[in-house]
Write a protein that binds this ligand. Structure first.
Ligand code: ATP
Ligand code: MG
Length: 481
């Protein structure tokens, strides 16, 4: 497959709700200067970093606490830099989520210097430095794992990663060139051991070092590549993409909780549509969520029904992305419901069911579909239960609110807002039921205003209705109590 082409084809197209790529803002003179260094230096050969003045770096966006930690470390003679995602994001004119620090100081030095530091990690120790509820992750430079730290024989999978190293080694063990840059706020320079500056300028995502080795070492990097490429709109370098496709099967060996975490991040990124398309194109979706991959089907399936199915799936993800762009933060339970709703519907229909046996009710089908995630990925049971409730409750939106007192009681229950969120996304995605959504949202607003007495009366009315049912059935001669 022409990786590059498929890459472009599967990346979210222009006009889709994607966060604006920070690239257009990356017009700092020093990044332009660095672009002249292209082609990017080969990391393994480059002992000295490319050091570039960061005059135009938006230093004022660096958190004061981070500057405080770095100046104290360097006053004590320890090399210390901002590193990783925050440097990348600042270069792109984006707001960093957090500020990570890498230093030559050992955890015990950090502990001694900062009374507000707590050492965490069992194997590789790093420090969390607390300023109120703001935490700065401060880690000691780490070396790349030695061959004896990996799996057996030729197996490259990293199973142990806990050796301290130099700044250069620390940069090279990171995943992508754009994530391997160091910013020194004291000297106001960027140190680039890995060719990251040129790649930021070129809008290119590539691994540090041999992509095949780096993806085999840690297949979760496949999902991370997808996350960064879709989030910041970078093109994935051809050989990195090829290694992603070739190693997608290795994702089976990655720790399921880590994988689930990355997938959840993709869901709330605002670019879930592009990310899922890229997961499918790379083969990762077939390995990680085969039911979803099978539901979406093959790109080249000539059957128009299959295309409609895929289209409907994509539209729901698009609605989720639109929610994120509107400033909402979808819960994990909602993400899960969006991912699996169509699969559940398929399993409920005896015509399309793929699981063995006859479908039971929707409650059981959701359990059948999601139970493996609870078992393998340590999906919190509470999230699973909320998702199941959301999907089961969709049925109730078929009737208008107020058609019986229980429907109004439903609007006051804990799970109502979640279920209505899912219904709203469905309506937005598939263009049906919007009037019904508005009616339920209005009913919810009304009951929210109701006095406690009025609510109590409503609940009583709803309960009375429900309790009459078994008696009626008993009179019919069927049900026994
Ligand atoms: P985000 O904005 O999503 O937090 P990030 O780049 O900060 O992006 P983190 O998961 O917070 O990502 O990791 C911080 C840094 O640690 C990365 O920028 C990268 O340098 C390094 N890193 C994280 N995960 C890996 C990995 N699997 N392999 C190698 N390096 C990694
Ligand atoms: Mg981060």
């Amino acid at each position: 497959m022409d990786s590059n082409r498929s890459n472009r084809r599967d990346a979210p197209g222009p006009g889709k709700q994607e966060p604006s790529s920070g690239r257009s803002k990356a017009k700092n003179p020093w990044t332009e200067r660095s672009a002249k260094q292209a082609p990017a230096p080969q990391p393994a050969e480059q002992e000295q970093p490319l050091t570039v003045p960061a005059d135009e770096f938006p230093r004022k966006h660096v958190h004061q606490d981070a500057l405080r930690v770095i100046s104290r470390l360097s006053r004590q003679g320890h090399e210390a830099y901002l590193v990783g995602g925050c440097v990348r994001d600042l270069l792109l004119g984006r707001t960093p989520k957090d500020f990570d620090i890498a230093t030559a100081a050992h955890p015990r030095h950090i502990r001694r210097l900062f009374r507000n530091a707590r050492i965490i990690g069992r194997r590789f120790k790093l420090a969390h430095i607390f300023y109120g509820d703001h935490i700065l992750e401060t880690s000691t430079f780490r070396a790349a794992p030695r061959p004896e730290d990996n799996g057996e024989g030729d197996d490259l999978l990293i199973t142990d990663d806990n050796a301290f190293g130099t700044a250069a080694e620390d940069a090279r063990r990171r995943d992508f060139t754009i994530n391997g840059l160091f910013f020194d706020p004291i000297e106001n320079v960027i140190h680039d051991y890995v060719g990251g500056l040129a790649d930021v300028e070129a809008g290119l995502l590539r691994t540090i070092g041999d992509p095949t080795v780096r993806m085999a070492e840690d297949p979760v990097r496949i999902l991370r590549a997808i996350k960064f490429a879709t989030r910041i709109g970078f093109r994935i370098d051809d050989s990195t993409w090829k290694a992603m496709c070739e190693n997608s099967g290795e994702l089976e060996r990655a720790a399921p909780p880590r994988v689930l975490e990355e997938i959840m991040r993709l869901c709330v990124s605002g670019t879930a549509l592009g990310a899922f398309r890229m997961m499918r194109a790379s083969g990762a979706l077939a390995v990680l969520m085969p039911e979803i991959d099978a539901y979406i089907g093959k790109r080249d399936d000539p059957d128009p029904v299959a295309h409609d199915r895929a289209d409907n799936y994509w539209r729901l993800l698009e609605a989720l992305d639109a929610d994120v762009h509107a400033g909402r933060e979808p819960s994990r339970a909602l993400c899960l419901a969006v991912m699996y709703l169509r699969v559940v519907e398929r399993e409920l229909d005896p015509e399309t069911r793929t699981l063995p046996g006859e479908p039971n009710d929707v409650f059981d089908v959701v359990s059948d579909v999601l139970e493996p995630l609870v078992q393998d990925s340590r999906l919190p049971r509470r999230t699973f239960i909320t998702t199941r409730r959301m999907i089961v409750d969709q049925e109730r939106f078929k009737k208008r609110p107020g058609s019986d007192p229980r429907s109004l009681v439903f609007t006051t229950t804990d799970g109502f807002d979640d279920a209505l969120d899912l219904y709203r996304l469905r309506s937005a995605a598939w263009g049906q039921g919007w009037a019904m959504y508005e009616a339920w949202a209005a009913a919810r607003a009304e009951t929210a205003k109701a006095s406690p007495d009025a609510l109590a009366a409503l609940r009583k009315k709803g309960r009375r209705r429900r309790s009459r049912r078994p008696r009626r059935r008993k009179r019919g001669g069927g049900a026994s109590e």
